[in-house]
Each structure stands twice: as structure tokens, then as C-alpha cells.
Design a binder for this molecule. Structure first.
Ligand code: FNR
Length: 382
């Protein structure tokens, strides 16, 4: 990991891709179309929760320990029987063609190069099968937007299993999209829909529910149909049985923020949760995800896998989330900016920097492995 530093010192040139999150975001603001930048950066309403997510990390401070032989560090973790090189995965991000033509395929290449698992979104711009092909043998998960049409939901689960995905992430916080003011103002949603729903328009169960043989013949009607079946606001905990009946893969519920919901997930046979507020994109004013993490870990940490996202920007953020009990974290906006700026190379640069930063921060905190990062590694700021 120190190669990143060594390269900088020997070559004496600034890296091609920005290193800090702030520079990355600035570069994306300069280089991407206004719509594409707004798509990634935006959040619900006043975007107060986007900001609160970031600030929540300042509430926790690392207390470095000395003289503990950190010459060899092991960042590896195991999730559902699979070894990961670090407690980091790529969060599901939909419609990546808005950012780069190679979209999810570019992300999959960078992720599989570094053995970092990618979670493929239901609304990916390439089909889940194409993305799985690109990911090869490495660990990969599929994210389900649970359609109101049960046949479509079941078909997605079957396809994900057949394509070789190792786990299903069911996103609970988005039965409908949040009130995103930038999206409304820029009115680019029709473009987004046309680009990003190939998983649906190449799905037999979905095509069956359209009256037309050619879904592109009447795009407006097709889009209505997609919106209709994209999510289901009437779901309740008992409906989880349906998922269990349709897949043997581990199921992880994404968007859990209350410890009682985490307990319910375990009671309903789920294998894990992602503590997340969707990067502040769903409920303006929602609790910062990091604030919710310790309570969820206290409630179910011994019984299920607890993942975390919403605000991971650098290595010290990963350390803090892991110290609070997360088994791994999902990286979101940073890699989306990397994709937008530099395609596959941009995603690779963002990931390499994050992993190098994480490796140093774990070691300098006095930990030789991720196992050693626990609540004693941090304290609450005064
Ligand atoms: C998302 N997220 C998301 N989540 C999901 O389950 N399915 C999806 O298709 C998407 N799409 C998506 C697009 C964009 C542009 C963003 C920024 C986010 C949410 C994502 O998985 C994750 O929860 C957040 O990105 C975490 O917040 P930060 O750390 O990126 O701020």
C-alpha cells in the first residue's frame, strides 16, 4: 500500500486523480455535466442529512496506541464465508451510465482487480449478467429494489443467483425516491430512466406485464410501468418470507437505522443489515447513519452481520465505523466521482487510495489487524 507514497516520491509528480474527497468532488463538479454531478451529490430536501452524515464522524476520535508491532498489518475480514482483502465493499449505485459510458463494467473491472466486492444495483445500466461476467470469480452481491410485482421480484432473485451473485442486499428505504430538489429542478429523470433500467427491460417477467412487444415503442407507458413496479410502499416485515422462499443466498437488509428494526430483521431470518440512510437521499433530517450504528451493533452484533454506509470518505472513517462494530463498510459517492472523472482508472485510483489510507491509519492507530480495531480504539469527542 505504501506504493502510493513511493510512487509520489519517486516520480515527483502529483497524482493524476485527486487524492482527497474534497478535491475529487471539486474535480467532478468541474468536469461532469451539471445533471450527472447533481445526480451523485444531491440528497433529499435541504440536504441536511448529507452534511450531518459527514459531521457525525467528527463525534468520534481515534486514540492511537504505541509500541504494538504494527510492521505487518492484516486488513482482511470474512463475510458469509468469503475472505475480503479489507472491510470495504462498493455500495450499489444505479444508472452509472450517467457518469461514464462503461458504467458498471468499468467499476466491475476495477473492483475485481483489487478483489473488492461490488454490489450491483437493480437499476444498473448494464444487465446484472453483464456485470457478473466482468466481475468473474470475485465476491459480488446483487442489490434488489423489491418490485410491487412479485413475479418481477422473484425473477430478479433467480437471475441474480443464476448469474453467480453471492448475496442479496434488499434496499428497504426506497419504496419511492426521496424528495430530491436538484433532480426535480434539472428534470433529467426521463433520461435516467431510458439509460438505466435495462435489468427490467430485458427481464421476461417485466416484459410480460407490458402490453407491447417492443418496450421502446411507447417509452412513456414503459416508464410508467417501471415506476409502478420499481418499489412497493405497502411491504411489511411478514413479506420477508417471500424473499426467503425465493433464494438460498444470504439476505442483507439495507437502510436499517433503528435497533428494533435490526432485531426484527434477525427475527425474520435475515443474515445482516446495512446501517444506512442512503447517503441522505431519502429522508431529509434523518439521523446520521453513524449515530445509529452503535445501537444496532449492541442489539444484533452477535447474531448477524452489520454493515455500514453513508459518509465513508477516507481510511479514518472506515476505522471509526469498524471500531463502532461494523463488519465492513460500503463506499458510495467517492467511487462514483472516480468513475465520472476517469472511468475504470478513476475507480481504481479511488479504491487504491482508500485502501492505502486505511492500511496506514489502522497501523498508526496501533492495530495490526482489523480484529484489533474495537471500541477501545475510539472515544466520543467532548
Ligand atoms: C445511491 N444509492 C443506491 N442504493 C441502492 O440500494 N440502490 C441504488 O441503485 C442506489 N443508487 C445510488 C445512486 C447514487 C448516485 C448514490 C450517491 C447513491 C445509495 C448507496 O448505495 C449508499 O447507500 C450511499 O451512496 C451512501 O452514502 P455516501 O457514503 O455515498 O454519501
Amino acid at each position: 500500500q505504501e506504493e502510493v507514497y513511493r510512487r509520489g516520491m519517486l516520480e515527483g509528480e502529483p497524482p493524476e486523480f485527486p487524492v482527497s474527497y474534497e478535491d475529487l468532488e471539486e474535480r467532478a463538479r468541474e468536469e461532469l455535466d451539471e445533471e450527472a454531478f447533481a445526480y451523485v451529490a444531491g440528497g433529499a430536501g435541504s440536504e441536511s442529512t448529507v452534511e450531518a452524515n459527514d459531521r457525525a464522524f467528527d463525534e468520534w476520535q481515534i486514540v492511537p496506541r504505541m509500541l504494538r508491532d504494527v510492521s505487518e498489518r492484516d486488513l482482511g475480514v470474512e463475510l458469509f464465508g468469503q475472505e475480503l482483502p479489507a472491510p470495504v465493499m462498493l455500495a450499489p449505485i444505479g444508472v452509472q451510465s450517467i457518469l461514464h459510458d462503461d458504467a458498471e463494467l468499468a467499476v466491475a473491472r476495477a473492483a475485481s482487480d483489487l478483489d473488492v466486492p461490488m454490489i450491483c444495483s437493480s437499476v444498473s445500466s448494464y444487465t446484472m449478467e453483464e456485470v457478473a461476467d466482468e466481475l468473474g470469480d470475485g465476491p459480488d452481491w446483487f442489490q434488489l429494489y423489491w418490485s410491487a410485482d412479485r413475479d418481477v421480484a422473484a425473477s430478479f432473485l433467480e437471475r441474480a443467483e443464476a448469474a453467480g451473485y453471492d448475496a442479496i442486499v434488499v434496499t428497504l428505504d426506497t419504496p419511492k425516491m426521496g424528495w430530491r430538489e436538484r433532480d426535480v429542478e434539472l428534470a433529467y429523470l426521463p433520461f435516467l430512466a431510458g439509460q438505466g433500467i435495462r435489468n427490467y427491460f430485458e427481464d421476461e417477467a417485466f416484459l410480460d406485464r407490458l402490453d407491447t412487444d417492443n418496450p421502446w415503442a411507447d417509452p412513456e407507458a414503459s416508464l410508467e410501468s417501471f415506476i409502478d413496479c420499481f418499489g412497493d410502499a405497502s411491504l411489511t416485515w411478514d413479506d420477508l418470507e417471500f424473499l426467503r422462499e425465493h433464494t438460498d443466498l444470504p439476505i442483507v437488509l439495507k437502510g436499517v437505522l433503528h435497533p428494533d428494526d435490526a432485531r426484527k430483521a434477525v427475527e425474520h431470518g435475515m443474515d445482516g443489515v446495512v446501517v444506512s440512510n442512503h447517503g441522505g437521499r431519502q429522508v431529509d433530517g434523518a439521523i446520521p447513519a453513524l449515530e445509529a450504528l452503535p445501537e444496532v451493533v449492541d442489539e444484533i452484533g452477535d447474531d448477524a452481520t452489520v454493515l455500514f454506509d453513508s459518509g465513508i470518505r477516507r481510511g479514518s472513517d472506515v476505522v471509526r465505523a469498524v471500531a463502532l462494530g461494523a463488519d465492513a463498510v460500503l463506499l458510495g459517492r467517492p467511487y462514483a466521482y472516480g468513475l465520472g472523472i476517469g472511468g475504470e482508472d478513476g475507480v481504481r485510483a479511488v479504491l487504491e487510495n482508500l485502501l492505502a489510507d486505511l492500511d496506514l491509519t489502522v497501523g498508526l492507530a496501533g492495530c495490526a489487524s482489523v480484529d484489533e480495531v474495537d471500541r477501545s480504539t475510539i472515544r466520543r469527542a467532548d
